[in-house]
Design a protein around this ligand. Sequence first.
Ligand SMILES: [Zn+2]
Length: 509
Amino acid sequence: MSDRVIIFDTTLRDGEQSPGSTMSLEEKIRLARRLELLGVDVIEAGYPASSPGDFKAVETIAGMCEHAEVAGLARAFVPDIDAAWNALKGAKKPRIHIFVATSPLHMEFKLRKTPAEVLDQIRMAVSHAVRYTPNVEFSCEDASRSEPDFLVKACNEAILAGARTINLPDTVGYAQPEDFSALVAHVINNTVKAPDGQEVIFSVHCHNDLGMAVANTLAAVKAGARQVEATVGGIGERAGNAALEEVVMALHVRKDYYGLETGVTTQQIYPTVRLLSRIVAQPIPLNKPIVGANAFAHESGIHQDGVLKHRGTYEIMDPDSIGVPANTLIMGKHSGRRALTSKIQALGYKLNDEQIDMVFAAMKKLADVKKNIFDEDIEALILEEVLRIPDKYELVHLGIHSSDIGVPPTAMIVMTVDGEEKQKSAFGVGPIDAVFNAIAKITNHPYTLDRYSVNAITGGSDAQGEVTVRLVQNGRKAVGRGSHPDVINASARAFINALNRLAKRHEEH
Ligand SMILES: [Zn+2]
């Protein structure tokens, strides 16, 4: 048995079927390019018979891929197989992927066929596909709920008809690792050899309904499966598929346990997940294994101190190995002075002990109201606490009149500019717009609001609102933050904070 695991990516097919993840042709092309860089062995580009759009996507990606095999999905019907081949025939390495359900439930209620009829259909479909290409994969849909001996019969039909990859999906995410590995071993040990002597590759395709997709996939690999079907970020039908990056990194980090290789360039993992996240406009959850923002973040002082002394104390993999730009030691309430010192150095500042103490004290204060303290916060603390230039602008008073009838929302702002008190009023489409207009009138600087976001620092309706704005002024950008239980007040503070940062940078240069 080979020690190479074939990585079959189905982000563009199964992944694209997940709610809210529909991709345009352009986006599929970009992702396919990235998947080739990542080094997956097979890209399942779609299901050509399902729609003209899917056909076009498979045809385009088939014509484009240099190294990866390109697969098209087909039900076990002649028209589906013909459509798949028509879409795939321009590929350097085409693969037809046929599936039919083999569980009693699916055969009786969905297919309305007897087991014998299903076996006939498998023989017919695979025989038809191998006339086009010897690279045919056959999947027993709902394999994990199929009777093990019938599963062996179904796989034998496919192998004898010419399929060289046999896929055993846990279509509904029902399997448990030990059971599933026993089932995979049963099929591997009891199926026939290919008549032409070629090796038959066994594959799995696991769904995550019970959170077991990656565990089941790895258990199957341990039992002898040498192809895994997975998606970037684990997107897919319902709760999704096995996450490609998790399977790959488990094999990579625990090579001592699995003793197996993949063709994946692990440094491409992070950029690939980021690209997918941008395409489907879904943020990567903070706590997502391998690629979440917190995956390499150490907050507790003990952990930070350990990581600084020896990475291996709390890190089982190097962030560089998956292509994360730099290790982000996120500061917080429990961060120690030592971690802060190293962060300050990394940001390029040379401070003496007394100055570090000032920043440390300010960070502890900030950590009381702000859970995660990022690089820009530390930078702001250095600039504000140590290399202090008094704030040019300060908010003194804010008044709002807002109603959905009559006068448009109005803001009255009192603030100091270089210590001198000034007052202005302005209208806006909403109260926050009115506040920004009034501040802009006082500071007399044209600006563009590039980004505005509001988050609750803690739960509950009395939580502090934390507003982040990004302003662009004469081509220069500045981020400002403000927090206050009243989001309008927090917005004014964030806006003024950004203006102060712009002003400081102006004076420093
Ligand atoms: Zn699936």
